[in-house]
Each structure stands twice: as C-alpha cells, then as structure tokens.
Design a protein around this ligand. Structure first.
Ligand code: GH3
Ligand code: MG
Ligand code: MG
Ligand code: MG
Length: 296
C-alpha cells in the first residue's frame, strides 16, 4: 500500500482552507498555508504532490507563487490547481499559461474538486512512473545510461562553473562472458545485480551517481571529489566485491568474481567526453595489465 499522497491547500481564507482540508483529509495527507510566503515555504519543505492554490491573497498572489515554484528546481515539478474567485477566462488563461494543471472557480462543487484532484494526482503518479522507466535500469535498478549522460553533462557544467573537481570511474566485470558460459545467464544476472548493489553502496554523497553504462559495465560519477578521494571510493568497491566472494571457477584471473576499474579526474581545459575517454583508456590499461585492478 502506498503512503498517502500529499496535498497542500494555500488560501488566505480560513473557512476555504477548512472546507478543502475536511474534504481531502480522508484520502490524502493535507498541509495548509495561509498566505503566499507560507505556501512557498511549505512547498519547499514538504514537496507535496499537488497544491490547491488560491489566486487572491494579500501578501503575494497565487500567480506569483506559481512563478516562484517553477523557478526553483526543487519545486518546479509540483502540480498546481488554482482555486479562485477570479472567474474571467483571462484569469484562467493566465493561470494555465503559468503552468497550472487546472483552474477551478469559486464557489466550487466539492465532488468536482475531489474528482479533479484525483485525476491530477493520477497523472502525477503516471509521470513519475514514466520518469522512472526512462532513467532507471530494469535489471540493476541503477541509473541507466541515458540518466548518466544527463547527469554527467550537468555535473561537468557545475564543476567548470564552481572550479570543483569531478571524477569518473568505469567498472567492467572481468571474464563475465566465461561466467555466463559456466553458470548460465540467470546466474550472470544475479551476479551483475550484486555488483551493482555493491557499487551503489560505495557512493555515499548526495551528488554521487552509480549507473549501468551498458552490459556488464558500470560507472561512478563523483562530483566534488578529487583523484585521491575517488581512488579511495574505487578501493572500497574492490574490497566490497572481494567480500561478496561470488564464485567464478572459470575465471583465469581469480577464483571469485572481480572487476577492472579505470578512473580519471577532470583536467583543466578538458570536456566531459575527454574525461570519459580518459577513464576508458585507463580501464583498457587495467585489463591489459592483468585485470582485477584499478588504473588511474
Ligand atoms: P573482460 O575481462 O575483458 O571484460 O571479459 P568479458 O568476458 O567480461 O568481456 P566481454 O565484453 O567479452 O563480455 C561481456 C559479457 O557480459 C558478455 C555478455 O553476455 C555479458 N553481459 C552483458 N550484459 C549482461 C547482462 O545483462 N546479463 C548477463 N547475464 N550477462 C551480461
Ligand atoms: Mg483569497
Ligand atoms: Mg565489457
Ligand atoms: Mg568484462
């Protein structure tokens, strides 16, 4: 059973807030705000699934609240339905153009409000499911390559802007073809999932990303992490793999499953593709040097 979806009701009129809250409470977690500033604060703090937003409020009108929500990446995606006494078509158009999902005129019909809220929350769930399908690898549950490419582009820009280090490590399981040949493809899938979990367990900072780049290749993206720190993360991953101790009787390298890792840290004047190519070249070197090692 899913946790209840969260709905924020922002209205300067106490009676309106109460009526809407009573209506929604049996089905949703309800949060309240009595003015625009409080709406923004609650939205940022709780990130509700939907906001029912009044337009006319004394401090900041609902249109302005929505503009500010959209301007902040943390709240930009929240669905908003205006519930307003302003019932001219131009008001409704203004609200929809700002990115509201819907516009309900006061006085409202309770059943209609509930039906529209349910419909928009359903769309929110569907959008999240699509985002998940687009960004998460089905086998390992790590970020997929599409997501990795997006995040690499963003983190590259950020590193350049802030002058912070950015490290990247490519992980390729050793002799994985032999593993599949020896133990079968389903066992190969299980081993790959275990390695993916180990990789995810080694990245701890909020901006870190572990992704499946393709096949049996994973990648770690480590923002704000210099080469020394990043090598430490890779060493931890190698230790984690060795503690997993997944038997690999067919491996020419080791009796248990191992991986080779190639890493690189962004250099002055390099672009993101060059950083990736450097890590890939180092991975190749790790393989050539006998596998089961880190090359940086
Ligand atoms: P190396 O040590 O040089 O990396 O050898 P390797 O056998 O790992 O390299 P190669 O690239 O020749 O083979 C990769 C293997 O990984 C072949 C492919 O069947 C297997 N593989 C890729 N994706 C999956 C997957 O999703 N599940 C399973 N079970 N195997 C996969
Ligand atoms: Mg009002
Ligand atoms: Mg490979
Ligand atoms: Mg391999």
């Amino acid at each position: 059973m899913n946790a209840l979806q969260k709905v924020l009701v922002a209205d300067d009129d106490a009676i309106n807030r109460e009526v809407l809250a009573e209506l929604l409470k049996p089905e949703y977690t309800v949060l309240l705000a009595k003015d625009g500033a409080q709406a923004l604060e609650r939205a940022a703090r709780h990130v509700p699934d939907l906001i029912l937003l009044d337009v006319l409020m004394p401090d900041m009108d609902g249109f302005e609240v929505l503009r500010r929500l959209r301007a902040d990446p943390a709240t930009a995606q929240i669905a908003v339905i205006f519930v307003s006494g302003l019932d001219r078509p131009e008001d409704e158009i203004t609200g929809l153009k700002l990115g509201a999902s819907d516009y309900i005129a006061k006085p409202f019909n309770a059943t209609v409000v509930m039906a529209r809220v349910a419909m928009h929350l359903q769309m929110v769930r569907q959008r999240r499911m699509l985002e998940r399908l687009a960004h998460v690898d089905g086998l390992t549950e790590l970020a997929n390559r599409r997501r990795f490419d997006e995040v690499l582009a963003l983190e590259y820009q950020r590193a350049r802007r802030k002058g912070t280090p950015l490290s990247l490590a490519l992980i390729d399981i050793d002799s994985f073809k032999q593993y599949n040949d020896h133990y079968g493809h389903p066992a190969g899938d299980r081993a790959l999932r275990a390695v993916a979990r180990a990789a995810a367990g080694c990245v701890r900072r909020p901006g870190d990303l572990a992704a499946r780049y393709g096949g049996e290749e994973l990648v770690l993206l480590l923002p704000d992490t210099d080469a020394t720190q990043a090598r430490h993360v890779c060493d931890k991953l190698r230790e984690a793999l060795s503690s997993l101790a997944i038997e690999h009787a067919a491996s020419p390298v080791s009796p248990v499953l191992t991986a080779s890792i190639g890493g690189a840290t962004l250099l002055e004047g390099e672009d993101a593709a060059t950083l990736f190519a450097a890590a890939d070249a180092h991975l190749y070197r790790a393989k050539q040097a006998g596998r089961n090692r880190l090359a940086w």
